[in-house]
Ligand binder design. Structure first.
Ligand code: ASP
Length: 343
């Protein structure tokens, strides 16, 4: 949504401020403090679950996505362009539950969710339950930049995508054998689809959502998340990933967050915005705020998953309460740090 449209109406009566005036000022721009962090999902990811080849493939793809975003920041590009570049590499890879390789719904199709937020202006865009959009994160950005809304869903979102000239594909473009096997196993495990079975299922079969947070040389933060949701989801279920404040949040005056995990809990605990509110109003560091929400609030409530957090000074923290989370970060011209397991 173009918040600036409303802001313009408000400021026009009393000041001559430009419409493009950021609503949330950048913390001092620092040429060396650009940074990016990404995730590729959290869950039951242990050494026993991955072969050496799989581990190498994830590490290589995470590094490629991280460096694509990093290159943009290094060249003076925006954090918005950097998070999009990183996410699109992961959406195009069958390794992750986003774009190609998205999990299957109970009925055997794919429904994708994504969102993005600009920490300088607090503008945001999101799409939910789209079936034909090759890059859901590109559509989320289009919603933010070219519509008057924040979130579009289903057929309407696809109509908007067609009007914007975004690439559309048949739903089976997202198919992978590995995810189909997960669906078959999930259907078996679900049995009568009781609530407890669904929770167990969530822990075992859904990981692979992708996300990115970045701060550019101007000190502006952005956050973005893209997912296929949860294996065997039904009835048009939407998770936290496209919900601003739950799965994605960015505000220059606090931090940027992208989440992954059991979406129902992330929605109810408003995880991404809660972390940044702690930073903003309690003055907590990204470490304290993230650890408190992920380990002390979410876990006791039954919510599993993790987040990547970045503030405008380049402080990165990536807490999770599952066995693993695919993650990577790079601050300034430092080395890329890529990790999968807890240790
Ligand atoms: N948060 C996503 C959802 O609930 C899934 C995930 O991150 O693994 O749709």
């Amino acid at each position: 949504m173009k918040l600036s449209t409303f802001a313009a109406a408000l400021v026009a009566v009393s000041t001559t401020l430009s419409v493009a005036q950021p609503v949330s000022a950048a913390v001092t721009a620092d040429e060396d403090k650009f940074a990016i962090a990404i995730h590729g999902g959290a869950g039951t990811i242990t050494r026993a679950h991955l072969t050496d080849e799989q581990e190498a493939a994830y590490t290589a793809k995470l590094t490629e996505a991280l460096n694509a975003g990093h290159r943009i920041l290094e060249d003076g590009g925006t954090s918005m362009d950097a998070v999009i570049a990183a996410i699109q590499i992961m959406e195009a890879s069958p390794l992750f539950n986003a774009g190609l390789g998205a999990v299957y719904t109970f009925d055997g199709g794919h429904e994708l969710d994504a969102s993005i937020m600009d920490g300088a202006t607090l503008e945001a865009g999101a799409v939910a339950g789209v079936k034909t959009i090759k890059s859901p994160i590109a559509l989320a950005r289009s919603v933010m930049e070219h519509s008057v809304h924040v979130m579009l869903s289903g057929e309407g979102a696809e109509q908007f995508a067609a009007e914007q000239g975004l690439e559309q594909v048949a739903n089976d473009y997202f198919d992978t054998e590995y995810r189909f096997e997960q669906l078959e196993q999930a259907r078996e495990d679900l049995g009568v689809a009781d609530k407890q079975a669904y929770v167990e299922l969530d822990n075992n079969y859904k990981y692979g959502t992708v996300g990115a947070v970045a701060v550019d040389k101007q000190g502006n933060l952005s956050a973005a998340t893209s997912t296929g949701g949860m294996t065997a989801k039904r009835y048009g279920r939407i998770g936290d990933s496209p919900i601003i404040g739950a799965g994605t949040w960015a505000d220059n005056s606090s931090c940027a967050v992208s989440a992954t995990g059991h979406g129902e809990y992330f929605i109810r605990y408003h995880v991404a915005a809660d972390i940044c509110s702690r930073v903003k109003y309690l003055g907590e560091s990204v470490e304290t705020a993230g650890d408190t929400v992920i380990h002390d609030v979410l876990l006791p409530a039954g919510g599993t998953g993790g987040v990547i957090i970045l503030d405008a000074r380049g402080n990165v923290h990536m807490p999770f309460n599952t066995e693993g989370m695919y993650r990577a970060s790079r601050v300034g011209n430092g080395e890329a740090e890529v990790a999968i397991y807890q240790d």
